[in-house]
Design a protein around this ligand. Structure first.
Ligand code: SF4
Length: 363
């Protein structure tokens, strides 16, 4: 079947998805991009939602093989003071960013869980008067936790959670994680988050060593079959101080970037009403790639809000952009970049994923 016929289908099976992800011809790539954009505008509109990203701690109990802040990596460790987190959130609110993402390495001890709950409550309380009646929307990204901990986070006021599955291929998952981490537990966590009522996000790494196009097609089907509300995917970029460094796993930047853009487009075409982030990892490969992510069907950007003093210590991969720019410069640059591709920034809006409401209204 030719590409136009596949793009015009309402429901796509695995063969269709593989065909779309295998596109290499420039004119077909433009057809894919244009279809993704058409579906984006039809189902979620042309706005770009903002989540101020606060990387509040780089301590982690895990040793993921690809990660630059894994527990055995040689980086300076930090946890932001509560006031610094609140100030970052207030700054986000003052810029009209409707939501914040609190992200850190993984810890499960009581002090950490208490600290996160307190940060959520503080941000909600202090941003109420600045922005929306309900304060900033909060997305958490602090890894695998018990169901009880997730419940505490939800009750404290976080309503969204990002937990990347990294690959829906269980063999691949095992190859990129130490044996203490299991696919089953990651999956259990995603299901707990959904049952508690979180708007639930996941995502994968694109271009992993040994990953096939069929694996990526299965990832898109995993998002669909598991009713995922938000997607955050990025190209695999090796980090020097890890077992998956570029000397052991040489990588093809252009291929990974192109595949990542196709994954965004295909996810939009198949999933329709979800939120999809155009991640900073795209920008790490090529200047302007974050805007390309928007052009290929993404509708969320997570501008860096981590204080400049510690940003260099939160590098999951090499070449992370925006390490030295001031928050002001980042904010002005962001507006110019988004408007340059004809899209609008959604200011003072939380930007919940419509899929969350659509899936809940079916029951
Ligand atoms: S990917 Fe996350 S859980 Fe894994 S080592 Fe890095 S920060 Fe820790």
């Amino acid at each position: 079947m030719n590409i136009i016929n596949i793009l015009n289908k309402e429901f796509h099976d695995k063969d269709d998805i593989i065909a779309l992800l295998s596109i290499s011809d420039e004119s077909e790539l433009e057809l894919l991009r244009a279809k993704a954009e058409e579906i984006l505008f039809k189902h979620t509109g042309d706005k770009v939602f903002l989540r101020g990203l606060i990387e509040f701690s780089n301590y982690c109990v895990n040793d993921c093989n690809y990660c630059g802040i894994r527990k055995s990596a040689n980086v300076g460790r930090y946890t932001l003071k509560m006031q610094d987190i609140i100030d970052s959130a207030l700054w986000s609110a003052s810029q009209g960013y409707g939501s914040a993402v609190l992200q850190s390495g993984e810890r499960r001890d009581e002090a950490f869980v208490d600290f996160v709950c307190e940060a959520i409550r503080n941000i909600k309380e202090k941003t109420k008067s600045v922005i929306l009646p309900e304060g900033l929307g909060i997305t958490l990204s602090v890894g695998e936790q018990s169901e009880e901990t997730y419940r505490r986070f939800f009750e404290a006021g976080a309503k969204r959670y990002l937990l990347r599955i990294e690959s829906s291929n269980q063999d691949l998952f095992s190859k990129i994680h130490p044996k203490e981490q299991s696919f089953e537990n990651r999956y259990r966590c995603l299901k707990s988050l959904q049952s508690i009522g979180f708007q639930t996000g996941t995502g994968v790494m694109i271009g992993l060593p040994g990953q096939t196009i069929e694996d990526l097609a299965n990832d898109v089907l995993f998002f669909r079959d598991n009713n995922i509300d938000m997607i955050g995917m990025g190209p695999f970029i090796p980090s020097a101080d890890t077992p998956m460094n570029a000397e052991i796993y040489p990588w093809d930047k252009e291929r990974n970037l192109s595949l990542a853009l196709k994954m965004i487009a295909v996810s939009r075409i198949v999933l329709k009403d979800v939120n999809i982030a155009s991640t900073t990892a795209l920008q790490a490969i090529k200047d302007g790639a974050r805007e390309d992510g928007l052009r290929f069907g993404a509708n969320v950007i997570m501008p860096q809000q981590t204080p400049q003093t510690v940003r260099k210590d939160y590098q999951l991969y090499d070449g992370k952009p925006f390490l030295s720019e001031s928050l002001n410069d980042l904010s002005i640059g962001l507006r110019i970049r988004v408007e340059s591709i004809g899209r609008k920034l959604a200011l003072n809006e939380q930007g919940d994923p419509l899929h969350f409401f659509n899936r809940n209204s079916k029951f």
